[in-house]
Write a protein that binds this ligand. Structure first.
Ligand code: NAP
Length: 254
């Protein structure tokens, strides 16, 4: 067990806790003494993770159920988390996301709404709901996982990318709002990660290890970085991609 228990007294609510990245992040904060609330749909699976974290790190780990496509359910989750935020103990890691194939959405355009619901409506509802409690308490760290896919609309991924672009815009404004009360908001933009989301996709052989990326994210959050590309090389890649003239970019089949 790490001797650095500097997160004792903090409670990290981890939304989408069954995700490859979120599971790694739960270990990253738990080893430093934080309590965790693992939030997601498969509560049996999350309960096994909670026991593992308790046994390994001697921390408090609980499970909460929420389907992010259920708006009433998200509103109820806000009510359950509010007291912890009001006590000034709540930090939040929003990792949930869905990325159906662009071709599947084009075949059934109604599916675009599902992607928006989970990737954008749910985090907005949740974070706007908790914001007043964080403001009143004057303490908290919010980490929202976006994507480099939000930096430029691509042929192969522009519905998912649009939700991540919206999330980046939303979190920038929320950072401005909550920063006035001492609450920090970090927007994370991962490149390819080795998780279920990218499993079997072509061209992601160099996907990053979520455990390594999680450490980078926590360090960025504690250092009050505003926007973190992870791994950092994606900042350079996306800077180049952002500067490709649209007249050329629109012809690329990526
Ligand atoms: N993997 C990458 O290369 C990559 C790159 C850039 C950004 N990201 C972002 O990183 C974050 C974490 O993704 P990951 O790579 O760790 O993928 P993942 O393992 O597929 O995790 C996705 C998570 O979202 C949850 N989720 C989906 N729909 C939900 C719903 N309706 N209600 C509640 N939870 C729901 C899933 O829960 P269930 O287990 O219940 O389905 C799962 O925990 C996502 O926001 C993703 O967009 C990933």
């Amino acid at each position: 067990m790490s001797s650095l228990r500097d997160l004792q007294g903090r409670t990290w609510a981890i939304i989408g806790a069954s995700s490859g990245l979120a599971r790694a992040y739960a270990h990253t904060v738990a080893v430093r003494g934080a309590s965790v609330i693992l939030i997601g749909r498969d509560t049996d699976d999350l309960a096994r993770t909670a026991v593992d974290l308790q046994v390994r790190y001697g921390i408090q780990a609980t499970v909460d159920s929420c389907d992010l496509s259920d708006r009433d359910g998200v509103a109820l989750l806000v009510q359950r988390l509010k007291p912890v935020a009001a006590e000034g103990r709540l930090d939040l890691f929003f990792a949930a996301g869905v990325m159906p194939a662009q071709s599947a959405i084009e075949a059934d355009p109604k599916r675009a709404a599902e992607v928006i619901e989970v990737n954008l409506t749910a985090p907005m509802t949740l974070l706007l709901g908790l914001a007043p409690a964080w403001e009143a308490a004057g303490s908290g760290t919010v980490v929202v996982v976006g994507s480099v896919a939000g930096d430029r609309g691509r042929l192969g991924n522009h519905v998912y990318g649009a939700t991540k672009a919206g999330l980046a815009t939303f979190t920038a404004g929320l950072r401005n709002r909550l920063g006035r009360s001492g609450v920090h908001v970090l927007t994370v933009k991962p490149g390819f990660l080795d998780t279920a989301m990218t499993w079997g996709l072509p061209g992601v052989g160099f996907a990053a290890d979520p455990a390594v990326v999680s450490g980078t994210i926590l360090a960025a959050a504690l250092n009050r970085v505003d926007v973190a590309y992870v791994p950092w090389i994606w900042w350079g890649i996306m800077t180049i991609i952002a500067h490709v003239p649209e007249a050329i970019f629109k012809r690329l089949k990526i």
